[in-house]
Design a protein around this ligand. Structure first.
Ligand code: ATP
Ligand code: MG
Length: 333
């Protein structure tokens, strides 16, 4: 089954052609640069940019896959969570394509898309695993017992992990979005330079909290001379990253022990973080758990993961009605 996936939930316009939800023929991702000078995503600009780009991006994805619209067996697009004006572009476009070609359509939950990204990278991956979903808007530990059957074991009580990376990057003058910049800079820094707080140490709790960590970095920067901060920028980045990664690893290990699951799949943009991957690999080796994660370009927003999630449902014979709307605060369950 050949699926055309569309993703427009935030500031990436993306189209992908995926076979049977497992094999990527093409995955074109256009990251909107228009927001950079504002230090964050401007919703109206995102929507307008998606409208401008969606047709050429889809044509590029079809061309790169060597397919035409006539070859597509079904269409999938994100319906939430995300920015409503941005979501509506991809969702309406996918509905129109499905209606005009007479092919089925499935509206995908963006978070299920992030989880499904692992199917594209690991063909043999089964449907039972623990996933650490760490993105710009979410931080959750989710038990997967077959796609569509999820148990949320814990989540962030305040900021998402990716949001903390982005806000700290902004405080350190590293630009937006700054997760990858912190990851790079931290490679040359000392992670033990400052001990920033690790929230919620109680092992009985699997929740996360990152707003105190972000404030601790902001206060540290405010209370030290700018020259000292500049001189130790890599050390501060590494110390922040260590605190964030420690919190994610500790709670993940507790969830693995509690569930007895033997596979851990990372998903979402922060799953690209090299320190998170390394620390979780060491923890998983110790526990005898298999760790998997998608390549970096499938961790952050992309349409291939939306096509993969859509394919799971379309292959089961499920379809979405054409009157389904965009839902900005849609939850995973
Ligand atoms: N190497 C990295 N280390 C840490 N964070 C990273 C890295 N690469 C990307 N990120 C972060 O990932 C986030 C983007 O991920 P993603 O695209 O999954 O989020 P989103 O789509 O904005 O949010 P959501 O999926 O929750 O709606 C940003 O916060 C970015 O800083
Ligand atoms: Mg996302």
């Amino acid at each position: 089954m050949i699926i055309l996936g569309l993703e427009t939930s935030c500031d990436e316009t993306s189209a992908a052609v995926v076979v049977d939800g497992r094999r990527v023929l093409s995955n074109v991702i256009h990251s909107q640069l228009v927001h950079r000078r504002f230090g964050g995503v401007v919703p109206e600009l995102a929507g307008r940019e998606h409208i401008r780009r969606i047709v050429p991006i889809m044509n590029e994805a079809l061309g790169a896959a060597g397919k035409t619209l006539a070859d597509i067996d079904g269409f999938a697009a994100t319906f939430g969570p995300g920015l409503v004006g941005a979501l509506l572009v991809g969702l309406s476009f996918a509905k129109a394509l499905a209606y005009s070609t007479g092919r089925p359509f499935y509206a995908v939950n963006h978070l299920e898309g992030h989880i499904a990204a692992n199917l594209l990278a690991h063909e043999e991956l089964g449907e039972e695993f623990l996933t650490l979903l760490v993105s710009g808007g979410h931080t959750m530990l989710v038990g997967v017992n077959g796609f569509g059957n999820y148990t949320v074991m814990g989540r962030s009580l305040d900021d998402a992990s990716g949001e903390a990376f982005d806000k700290v990057a902004k405080i350190l003058g590293l630009g937006y979005p700054g997760g990858a910049a912190i990851d790079d800079l931290a490679k040359t820094g000392n992670p033990a330079y400052i001990r920033f707080p690790r929230a919620l140490p109680d092992p009985a709790r699997i929740d996360f909290s990152f707003s105190g960590l972000k404030t601790a970095v902001a206060l540290y920067v405010k209370n030290h001379p700018p020259e000292e901060i500049q001189h130790h920028l890599a050390d501060i980045a590494a110390s922040f990253q260590e605190a964030a990664v420690d919190a994610l690893c500790d709670k993940t290990v507790i969830a693995l022990r509690r569930t007895g699951l033997s596979v851990l799949a990372l998903s979402g943009g922060v799953a690209a973080n090299s320190r998170l991957r390394a620390k979780l690999q060491a923890a998983c080796d110790h526990l005898g758990v298999r760790l998997v994660y998608p390549p970096s370009e499938l961790c952050t927003d992309n349409a291939a993961m939306i096509a993969a999630a859509g394919a799971i449902h379309l292959l089961r014979g499920e379809q979405s009605p054409f009157d389904i709307n965009a839902i900005p605060y849609q939850k995973l369950i």
